[in-house]
Structures are given as C-alpha cells and as structure tokens.
Design a protein around this ligand. Structure first.
Ligand code: NAP
Length: 252
C-alpha cells in the first residue's frame, strides 16, 4: 500500500536495465519505496543498480523476464505477487527502438519491435491488472512515447508499436476505473539514454532524471497521462492535425 504520505512502497520494474527506470527508482527509494523487484532478461546485469538501491535502504530482488517470452508471463506475474505480496507500482520500462531502415525491408526485424513493445506489454500487463484488481489498489505505469502519438516517416515501425501499446493502456485505464487501480501512461519525447546513444537529439530533448521526476510527480497526483517535457502535449496536439502531405515533409 502507499504510505501515509502517498508514496509507493513496493515496485515491480519490467525492464530493470532501462536508464529511465533506474533514474525513477533512485527517486522512489529516496521517497521511501522499500521493496523493489527488478525484472530483466539478464538479472545478473542489474547487480550495480540493485546494490545502489540496497545502500539507499531498499530490499531489492532481481528476477528473469523476457518481454518476448509471452508463454511465461502469467506464471511470472503469479510468482512475483506470491513471493513479494502486494505491488503498489508496476513500471513497464522495457522497449526496443530497432532500426527503421532495416525494419522497412526485413519483416522479422519489424515483428521484433512489435513483439517487444506491443505484444510483450499487452501479454504481461493483463495478468498484472488482474492481480491488482484483486488486491484492490496499485498503479500500472507504462512508458509509451510521443512517437506513438502520430507515426512519422523516420520511425513509423517503433511509432506504430507505441501507438498500439498506448491505446491498450488507455482502454485498460478506463476498464479499471473504480477498482482502485490506476493506469498512468508516460509519453516522453527524445530522452538521452542507451536507446538514443549516438543519435542527434530532437528538439525538447530531455534526461532520464527529468522523466523520473515527471513519473514521481504524476504518481503523487494520480495522473493518467504524463508528457515529458510537459510542453510536448501542446506541440503534439498541433502536429496531430497537420495534413499528411505537409506532415511527411517536416524534418521530424
Ligand atoms: N529514450 C528515449 O528517447 C525514449 C523516448 C520515449 C519513450 N521511451 C521508452 O522508454 C522505455 C525505456 O527506455 P530507455 O530510454 O530507458 O532505454 P534503455 O535504457 O535502452 O532501456 C530499454 C530496456 O528494455 C529492455 N528490453 C529490451 N528488450 C527486452 C525484452 N525482450 N525483454 C525484457 N526487456 C527488454 C532492455 O533490456 P536489456 O538490458 O536486456 O537490453 C533495456 O533495459 C522504453 O519503452 C522506450 O521505448 C524512450
């Protein structure tokens, strides 16, 4: 349960190696989150962040999780809730950007992006939502992207996978209204992380720490949607309505 000051105490992170997730965990542990379950393809790679969070006072466990291994997701979720009890926050932070150029010409590369970002997210979230419904409280926070708001020529494979997952979480949030479970969709723009390393930064680019602060702020206020930076909400509401012949010529 959240503590008396509204801070989450137990957190499950799917994609524990994510730079955004790790920045978020540093903030949450500073604000008294005490049980952290880090899930990743290679749990051994999380020793550094696990040690750091333990030094900051949290109990941290690492578990194996692969977003593409959908057949294991229901048992994985059962295992986490049975072993650690109630989870106040499930943060979905896994994702792949992929290579747009390759994905346009190689169906299996495109499917890989769709499987991790969309199918994997749907597959693991359905049992999490069911568990949270039963416990009667909790937040599912999902890292979507501005890229899902309108597909761009330059990264429409990734963008379409995020559009799909974003729509899923919107509907899920509506279906959970009144159950005590909240869904918070986080839509960052360009964030300087491993995922974007070596790329030219887009306008309004931001940092994992800024996304983390926006997530923590959004959790405290029970937000359903969080844009990072917040001005992107207005930028995207304009871009969404630009006619396609013009939109496809914009240097985005
Ligand atoms: N960076 C940006 O500009 C940006 C903008 C908007 C939204 N986002 C979204 O924010 C989330 C976090 O991204 P980030 O920027 O923090 O990037 P990141 O540091 O590269 O983190 C992505 C994480 O996804 C994990 N992952 C990839 N495939 C997986 C799979 N099959 N199963 C389990 N985990 C898998 C990776 O794990 P491994 O360590 O095993 O590779 C990695 O820890 C992603 O959903 C991303 O799409 C990022």
């Amino acid at each position: 349960m959240k503590d008396a000051l509204g801070s989450v105490q137990s957190v499950l992170v799917l994609g524990g190696g994510s730079d955004i997730a790790q920045a978020t965990l540093r903030e949450l542990v500073q604000r008294r989150a005490r049980t952290i379950v880090l899930a990743a393809r290679d749990p051994g790679a999380l020793d550094g962040i696990a040690g750091e969070l333990r030094s900051a006072g949290a109990t941290v466990e690492t578990v194996a999780f692969d977003a593409r291994d959908t057949a294991t997701h229901a048992a994985f979720v059962d295992g986490v809730f049975e072993r650690f009890g109630d989870i106040d926050l499930a943060l979905l932070a896994f994702g792949v950007l992929g290579d747009q150029e390759t994905a346009e010409h190689d169906g299996s590369a495109a499917v890989d992006i769709a499987e991790v970002n969309y199918v994997g997210a749907v597959s693991v979230t359905v049992p999490i939502a069911q568990r949270m419904r039963t416990q009667g409280h909790g937040t599912i926070a999902a890292l979507s992207s501005v890229a899902g708001e309108r597909a761009r020529r330059s990264n429409f494979v990734y963008g379409s996978s995020k559009a799909g997952m974003d729509a899923f979480f919107q509907g899920l949030g509506d279906s959970l209204a009144g159950t005590g479970v909240n869904v918070m969709i986080v839509r960052p723009g360009f964030v300087h992380t491993k995922m974007t390393e070596g790329m030219d930064a887009a306008p309004l680019s931001t940092t994992p720490e800024a996304v983390a602060s926006a997530i923590v702020h959004g959790l405290a206020r029970g937000r359903e949607t969080v844009w990072v930076p917040s001005t992107l909400r207005y930028v995207m509401s304009v871009l969404r309505h630009v006619p396609r012949p013009i939109f496809r010529r914009l240097p985005l």
